[in-house]
Design a binder for this molecule. Structure first.
Ligand code: DP6
Length: 314
C-alpha cells in the first residue's frame, strides 16, 4: 500500500523571515500568503524495510531536513520507516517555495498512509516543523499564519478573490544561502531585526483587513513594502544576503511602470532571484508578455489561486 498527496507552493504577501528562539520552528513574525494552483509537488509514501529512503525525481536523495522532520514526527506518532518519492513540476530550491509544498504534501501523505486522522490545523502545525511556510500550503486561497498556535488558517477561498500570479524565473540554480541559515544570520547580526518584527505585526493586521475588503491597490502597496523591507533586512545581515540578479531588478522596474500606467499588478520576491507579479486576471496577459521579453528571463509561468494539500485518489 502507498499514499500519494499533492500540494502547491504559496507566496507571502506579508513576509515571514526569522524564528523564535527554542524548538518547534516557530516564526518570529506572522505572515499572509496566497497558494498557487499550477505549480505542484507530488509525494508518495509507503512503509519501507529498515530505514527511510528518499527519492527526488526518481533519484536517491539524502535530505537532512526531511530526515530530521521524520524523526520529529516519530516522537509524536507511530510511524514506520518510509520510502518517500517526491516530484516538483517547477525548479526546487530556487526561491519558489518548494519546501512549502514539499512538507505540506509529505505531512498530508503520512497522515493518510499511517491513518493518523489529523485535522488540517494539526497538519499545518506539523508541516511548520519542517518549514515555516509549509504550514500555509496545507490551505488554499488566502492564508494567514500567526501565533500563539502557529497553525495556518484560510482567510479567503480561491474563488472569493481570484488573482493571477506570473512567476518569472530568472535563474534555476539552487539558492546560495538557504532560508533557515539566512534567518538565523539576520536575527543574530542585523540591527534592523527588532524593527522588522514590529513592522511585520502591523503589516499583517493591515493585510487581513485589505484582503477582507478586496482592496487591490492598498494590498499592492503593502505587499511591495513588506517584500522590500524583508530584502532590506537581508541586505543588512552579515554577511549580506543579496538574492537578486540583474533580471530581478529589471522585472521590478517593469512591474512598477505597468502599475504607474494603471495596470493592477505588484511584485513580490522571496529568498531567490525569481519575481512573482501578482495581478488582477484581466491584467495577466499584458503582464506576462511584458515580463517574458526582459533580458535574462528564462521562463514565465502563470498560476491562479490553488487549493490546499490533498490526497490523490488513484
Ligand atoms: C522568504 O519557510 O523556507 O519565502 O522555516 O526555515 O524552512 P524555514 O523557512 P521558509 O521561509 C520562507 C521565507 C520567505 C517568506 C515567506 O514565505 O513568508
Amino acid at each position: 500500500m502507498s499514499t500519494t498527496a499533492q500540494a502547491h507552493p504559496n507566496i507571502a504577501l506579508v513576509k515571514y523571515w526569522g524564528k523564535q528562539d527554542g524548538t518547534g520552528n516557530l516564526p518570529a513574525t506572522p505572515s499572509l500568503s496566497i497558494t498557487l494552483d499550477t505549480l505542484q509537488t507530488t509525494t508518495t509514501v509507503e512503509a519501507a524495510q529498515g530505514s527511510d529512503r528518499l527519492y527526488f525525481d526518481d533519484k536517491a536523495a539524502d535530505d537532512p531536513k526531511i530526515l530530521a522532520f521524520l524523526a520529529e514526527l516519530r516522537r509524536l506518532y507511530d510511524i514506520p520507516p518510509l520510502t518517500v518519492r517526491t516530484q516538483n513540476n517547477f525548479p526546487a530550491g530556487a526561491g519558489l517555495a518548494s519546501s512549502a509544498s514539499g512538507f505540506a504534501a509529505l505531512t498530508t501523505a503520512i497522515d493518510a498512509e499511517c491513518e493518523l486522522g489529523l485535522s488540517r490545523s494539526t497538519l499545518s502545525a506539523l508541516a511548520r516543523m519542517g518549514s515555516g511556510s509549509a504550514a500555509r500550503s496545507i490551505f488554499g486561497g488566502f492564508v494567514a499564519l500567526e501565533g500563539p498556535a502557529w497553525e495556518a488558517r484560510q482567510v479567503l477561498a480561491p474563488t472569493e478573490w481570484p488573482l493571477t500570479t506570473i512567476v518569472v524565473i530568472t535563474s534555476s540554480e539552487q539558492k546560495r544561502i538557504p532560508s533557515t541559515t539566512g534567518m538565523t544570520l539576520s536575527k543574530q547580526t542585523s540591527p534592523y531585526f527588532p524593527a522588522w518584527v514590529t513592522s511585520t505585526r502591523a503589516d499583517f493586521d493591515l493585510g487581513l483587513l485589505l484582503v477582507a475588503r478586496r482592496d487591490f491597490d492598498a494590498l499592492a502597496e503593502l505587499a511591495e513594502q513588506s517584500c522590500l523591507t524583508m530584502h532590506a533586512l537581508m541586505l543588512s545581515t552579515r554577511p549580506p544576503l543579496l538574492y537578486w540578479n540583474t533580471a530581478t531588478m529589471a522585472c521590478i522596474e517593469a512591474i512598477r511602470e505597468m502599475g504607474q500606467a494603471g495596470l493592477s499588478v505588484f511584485f513580490t520576491i522571496d529568498a531567490g532571484p525569481q519575481v512573482k507579479a501578482v495581478c488582477l486576471p484581466q491584467a495577466a496577459e499584458e503582464v506576462r508578455s511584458t515580463l517574458q521579453q526582459i533580458s535574462g528571463v528564462e521562463q514565465v509561468l502563470t498560476a491562479g489561486l490553488g487549493n490546499g494539500a490533498s490526497i490523490c485518489l488513484s
